[in-house]
Design a protein around this ligand. Sequence first.
Ligand SMILES: Nc1nc2c(ncn2[C@@H]2O[C@H](COP(=O)(O)OP(=O)(O)OP(=O)(O)O)[C@@H](O)[C@H]2O)c(=O)[nH]1
Ligand SMILES: [Mg+2]
Length: 201
Amino acid sequence: MIFKRSPRGTAPVEPVTLKILVAGGFGVGKTTLVGAVSEIKPLRTEEALSEAGRPVDDLNGVPGKHTTTVAMDFGRITLREDLVLYLFGTPGQDRFWFLWDELATGALGAVVLADTRRLEDCFAAVDYFERRSIPFVVGVNCFEGATRYPAEEVRQALDLDPGTPVVLCDAREKESVKEVLIDVVEHAMAVGAAAREPVTT
Ligand SMILES: Nc1nc2c(ncn2[C@@H]2O[C@H](COP(=O)(O)OP(=O)(O)OP(=O)(O)O)[C@@H](O)[C@H]2O)c(=O)[nH]1
Ligand SMILES: [Mg+2]
């Protein structure tokens, strides 16, 4: 194949591609978030919630939910000409935990979505990323009717490290989600840079 020389001899811009996970409890808005920002038709693996699953699918706090993610969501967003994010949404239910390690491989960072009415549902995701030292931000998905708590209060309730960002967002709004994603990338870069700094004794 013959490659054309780019104008004025500049090298073509090869975008950096980064993998970001979108995690959190059941029905917190992960699939919604990926769909809100993806510039490609998002890949979804939704299955209908059935009668058979009723004993294990805790629908408290998520009335009107008829489907659930059974493998993953996948989407892509170009944040800048030279920066593309691949988004991987995790399944929210405990019985799909076995998929998480596969999805987390090679991830730069993660968004842990939280609903303040069911904050405990995101504890497992917070633990997962803390244990593996994967940088994450907590995105509080502000559902209508849910009490708004200051980010600092959410940080304390989740017992987060002081450096872990907590941002309020709306998983349905593209611009809101983009801000959360920029926060993840900046946070992960800052954590990576700090880890590379030489230790002075
Ligand atoms: N009001 C409101 N509804 C939302 C918001 N985000 C998601 N929803 C609704 O909440 C429901 C659950 O959203 P999903 O995106 O399927 O949640 P999920 O986290 O992917 O769910 P699982 O994959 O089953 O864990 C859907 O009916 C959405 O329309 C939000 O920010 N505000
Ligand atoms: Mg989902």
